[in-house]
Design a protein around this ligand. Structure first.
Ligand SMILES: [Zn+2]
Ligand SMILES: [Zn+2]
Length: 349
């Protein structure tokens, strides 16, 4: 089969062996896989293994069953939770299966394979059935939505709360969707890219801050709005400081952005205000299923976030372009799409 493999300095399409289903596994023909910022960073910063296949936001159709697998048939549409979990270790027990040492994560750990490929073998326990009538590609949105839903849970919100989503990239936009699913009405989005701010607006936020024109603390000072929670999705150097400056007493800063720089925490102010800072580390399997359910029910408008579709041949270039995403929001790799028709965006699979 064809797959996008990591090579020094980037990725390229290569011929690799077809996956065979091991005991307890399904082979899934990949319909679609979202290009994640974490993949872009991993390739850019050379933290991938040579020959590794990335891609962890995916859906497809079952084409083969391994020994002992029941309940699935050829052609069944599935979304796949990429996070392996032993279910019993301390990490799994405490709701962070992402760092379970016993089970690799698909598209993240080299040994687990990835979905920038025509086919992938996955543990059947991580597959979630999609409704037959749902376009299969929408299932690939479950992973980033689950990331956002986990962050919203950590924010411990109540009716009437005001929330700032700092950063309007794919995760920030999914956070807006997750907040609306949770019933939050006052949502403000802050972002730099014009198209991404427009996408936030289209999702129905209360207000949008153009951080090129006004800083988040200045916005808060001029409007008098302080926030119960900030979901920090930008990873921008000043974002955590800005967020702490606009939280109301007992506010929660949920950090989703991966920042490599050190941020100093103003402990006295935190203690005095009862502030919580919490890192949001992926999601558990229950949250992944909730994300699939929200998409299947039509309540999560995740399809609107897709701004481009590429085939496998177009994926290395798209991963490169996403280093400077500009107005790109979400890019989908669709291995079955013929070259030249990738931006058709038909809404079916
Ligand atoms: Zn991702
Ligand atoms: Zn575990």
């Amino acid at each position: 089969m064809k797959a996008v493999v990591c090579v020094p300095g980037g990725t390229e399409v290569a011929e690799v062996p077809d996956p065979a289903p091991g005991p307890g596994e399904l082979v899934v023909q990949v319909d679609s896989c979202g290009l994640c910022g974490s993949d872009v960073h991993a390739v850019e910063h050379g933290t991938t293994a040579e020959g590794q296949i990335l891609g962890h936001e995916f859906a497809g159709r079952v084409v083969a069953l391994g020994a002992g697998v029941t309940g699935w048939r050829d052609g069944d549409p599935v979304a796949v939770d990429p996070l392996g979990s032993c279910g019993t270790c301390r990490a799994c027990a405490r709701g962070v299966p992402f760092i379970c040492p016993a089970a690799p994560n698909i598209g993240i750990h080299p040994e687990a394979g990835g979905a920038y490929a025509e086919y992938i073998a996955v543990p059947a326990s991580q597959a979630v059935r999609l409704p037959a009538e749902l376009p299969v590609w929408l299932g690939s949105a479950a992973e980033p939505l689950a990331v956002a839903m986990n962050a919203v849970k950590l924010a411990r919100l109540a009716p009437g709360d005001r929330v700032l989503v700092y950063g309007a990239g794919p995760i920030g936009l999914n956070a807006i969707i997750a907040l609306k699913l949770a019933g939050v009405e006052h949502i403000v989005a802050a972002g730099r890219s014009r198209a991404r701010r427009a996408a936030a607006e289209a999702l129905g936020v209360t207000d949008v801050i153009d951080t090129r024109a006004i800083s988040v603390p200045d916005y808060s000072a001029s409007t008098g709005v302080r926030f119960t929670a900030v979901l920090e999705c930008s990873g921008a150097p000043n974002a955590s400081d800005d967020a702490l400056a606009v939280l109301e007493p007992a506010g929660v800063l949920v950090e989703l952005g991966v920042v490599s720089h050190l941020v100093s925490a103003p402990i006295i102010a935190l203690v005095g205000n009862g502030t919580t800072i919490v890192g949001s580390c992926a999601f558990d399997h229950v949250t992944y299923q909730e994300a699939v359910d929200a998409i299947a029910s039509g309540q999560a408008p995740v399809g609107s976030l897709v701004s481009e579709r590429v085939d496998l041949a177009g994926t290395p270039d798209a991963l490169y372009r996403l280093r400077r995403p500009g107005d790109l929001v979400r890019v989908l790799c669709m291995p079955g799409v013929a070259a030249g028709t990738q931006s058709a965006g038909t809404g079916t699979s």
